[in-house]
Design a protein around this ligand. Structure first.
Ligand code: 5AD
Ligand code: FES
Length: 358
């Protein structure tokens, strides 16, 4: 599909035409990645963050309770993933320099020795040396969303680091990162080079995001040959500059991408059509805005992955990327049973093994 055609579909409102798009995406999903829905157990290992992302409820300016899980707590969660039959664990955190190269390398090695799990990392913009060390330690995959391909908008919503280290983290500059080195596209290319299965993605409906730039995001998914693509609606957090309106990037109303469910289904379906063999999750942000059946609808419109939360209950309530997050009061066990039931209801099966890109 050319960029104009993608933009046309993103703007489409006709329910019958959209039903055709969704049917096509579902067919392509079935032909390329089958009926199995792969489960990735998400462990939110630290909510400390040195960054000031204008949309994120974990940014360094938020007064929230901060936590960092210990080595043993993380290993315990990984073992729970095995018990639950999950094939992958995802270790996710804010950009927390105290989640050090050695700390993560040791955890990866232990998980790889003791289990058959695939290990996915989602630890932000880290240095080449760190990414390399973690690959050598046995990590399989890395997730880093580029959020939007519109460079100007990206820079606007990703200001310089917090100067006050209110989040008890050493400044980013101590890792040798400077303002100029935050090029997520370059990092994604490094990840590919290092042999990671590489994931990225975007938020939908960021103030200032145009239909044209979103169509371009989808083209970029193909250019980068991404193995995994996460797409979720932007959810307003009134405590953040973007959510409060303190920062209000302006575009013409008719060009502004709306946030919400419908645009998410369209973007998921188009992404499946453009990247037939990619692993595409039904995201937690979508589940948050449609708790009843957001995940199911995404799975029926192109998605083939879900990410049940494994984070211990006492911590997960503090991993508040956005308000009213799904699964905040459920235990890991409850999420496992809930997802199994949801997947069965739509006539799909639970994936076995690591479920990497074929
Ligand atoms: N709404 C939706 N998604 C968000 N993320 C961060 N803040 C928000 C928000 N307010 C997403 C970003 C990030 C991922 C971990 O969570 O896309 O990459
Ligand atoms: Fe967590 Fe449904 S997946 S409660």
């Amino acid at each position: 599909m050319r960029i104009e055609e993608i933009e046309f579909w993103l703007r489409e409102q006709n329910a019958q035409k959209l039903a055709e798009l969704y049917k096509n995406a579902d067919l392509i999903r079935k032909e390329n990645v089958g009926d199995a829905v792969h489960l990735r157990g998400l462990i939110e290992i630290s909510n400390y963050c040195t960054r000031a992302c204008a949309y994120c409820g974990l940014n360094c300016d938020q007064s929230i309770t901060r936590y960092r899980m210990s080595h043993d707590e993380i290993i315990k969660c990984a073992k729970e993933a095995v018990e639950f039959g999950y094939g992958t664990v995802v270790l996710q955190a804010g950009e927390d320099p105290r989640v050090t190269q050695d700390f993560i390398a040791k955890i990866i090695k232990e998980i790889k020795v003791e289990t058959d799990l695939a290990v996915t990392l989602s630890l932000g913009e880290r240095s080449f040396d760190e990414l390399k060390a973690w690959k050598m330690a046995g990590a399989d995959r890395y997730l880093l969303r580029f959020e939007t391909s519109d460079k100007k908008l990206f820079n606007l919503i990703h200001p310089a680091d917090c100067s006050a280290s209110s989040c008890d983290s050493t400044p980013t500059s101590s890792r040798g990162l400077t303002a100029g080195s935050r090029d997520r596209i370059a990092i994604l290319k490094e990840l590919k080079q290092l042999g990671y299965e590489t994931g990225s993605g975007v938020m939908l409906g960021i103030p200032g995001q145009t239909y044209q730039s979103l169509a371009n995001d989808i083209i970029l998914f193909t250019k980068l040959d991404l193995d995994m693509i996460g797409i979720g609606p932007y959810i307003k957090d009134p405590n953040t500059p973007l959510g409060s309106g303190a920062l209000a990037p302006y575009v013409n109303a008719e060009d502004q991408v709306p946030s919400g469910e419908n645009i998410t289904y369209k973007a998921v379906a188009l992404t499946r059509i453009m990247r037939p063999d990619a692993n595409i999750p039904a995201t937690s942000a979508l589940a948050t805005i449609n708790k009843a059946n957001g995940r199911e609808l995404a799975l029926m419109r192109g998605a083939n992955v879900v990410m049940p939360n494994l984070t211990p209950l006492q911590y997960r309530q503090h991993y508040t990327i956005y308000p009213d997050k799904a699964c905040i009061n459920e235990t890991a066990d409850m999420c496992k049973d809930c997802l199994a039931a949801r997947i069965a209801t739509i006539g799909r099966t639970i994936g076995k093994g690591q479920g990497g890109r074929k």
